[in-house]
Write a protein that binds this ligand. Sequence first.
Ligand SMILES: C[S@@+](CC[C@H](N)C(=O)[O-])C[C@H]1O[C@@H](n2cnc3c(N)ncnc32)[C@H](O)[C@@H]1O
Length: 356
Amino acid sequence: MIKYLGSKRLFVPVIGELLNATGAQNALDLFTGTTRVAQEFCRRGAFTYAVDTATYSEVLAQCYVETDAMNVDQDEVDRALRHLSSLPPKRGYFTRVFCEESRYFHPDNGARIDAIREGIDEYYEDSPLRPILLTSLLEAADAVDSTVGLQMAYLKQWAPRALKPLELKSPVLTPGTGKAIRGSAPEVVATLPHIDFAYLDPPYNQHRYFTNYHVWETLIRNDEPEYYGIACKRMDARDEETKSPFNQRSQIGPALEQILRDLDAGTVALSFSDEGFLPLEQLVEYCEARGGAVEVLEFENKRHVGSQIGIHNLDGQKVGTPGPAKNLEYIILQGDPETVRALIDGAVPRTGSQLP
Ligand SMILES: C[S@@+](CC[C@H](N)C(=O)[O-])C[C@H]1O[C@@H](n2cnc3c(N)ncnc32)[C@H](O)[C@@H]1O
């Protein structure tokens, strides 16, 4: 699984338990990112809708959510990965932009990434294996990058992992199935059928995923965009249509309120943080407008490494101070009073709990 800001790695068992406790047959992971949560829903037997605006997230969802592990011929996947691994390295856009003009990857790995990406389009364009092969390439590239997990900057010295050779591995596919949807949450929600259990994990402050993961967006789209700045970000990152309402203080409230109004769901679990643009009281109010009961689970969380080591410029000089080492994560539950009470009384810890 790729390194991802706000990924709910530690929450997955808790959210999975919530799903099971409601007896849901279908589920929604509305801001699916890495698809970790959606994968857990699939494993627990719910037909799962996985929604995100990012192209790489759509591919991850096609691989891990839409594809049922039971229907895949593993020998065929292994053969395709061996074939792609054997392609001769080829210096292309990825190598030039992300290994020479910037230093996200070692050029030896960059040339292999270029060759494999081209090979996927040449030999597997119409194959059902395509999302599996793209996911394998994305995860292999993530394992040899030279960043702290964000693509706004790269390390001055190569990270030790960046000097290792790129290795394509078979993604560990998930049993169960669902649907991958690329689109903006407020619009997609209105098109969905009734959902038994909906999990919402929106961005909650100014940190944009489109710019923080622009290399993955470009790798998957393979569209060789114009770029700017020392981080070689996609030129279209400046366009309004690539900006999310959830990264804007003035827009996040109305966008969330609309989603919570339009979403046809039995039980809703909304993730947020005490570092987000909206206070807890506001979120509770939006949820209460849906009717039924609302309760809040609260967890103490160790923050992202970048926030603890402080902010440095590309010369390694410190230009900011580290924030607090811990923050609070909330899961706000809304649904019929009996179900919400059962969730709260169940095995799930309530307030002040610490994530493992
Ligand atoms: C906090 S992350 C979700 C992390 C995810 N739960 C995981 O564990 O990997 C928020 C996600 O929202 C997506 N996003 C941003 N704006 C969006 C929008 N308008 N509609 C749908 N998804 C959006 C981002 O691409 C990002 O993947």
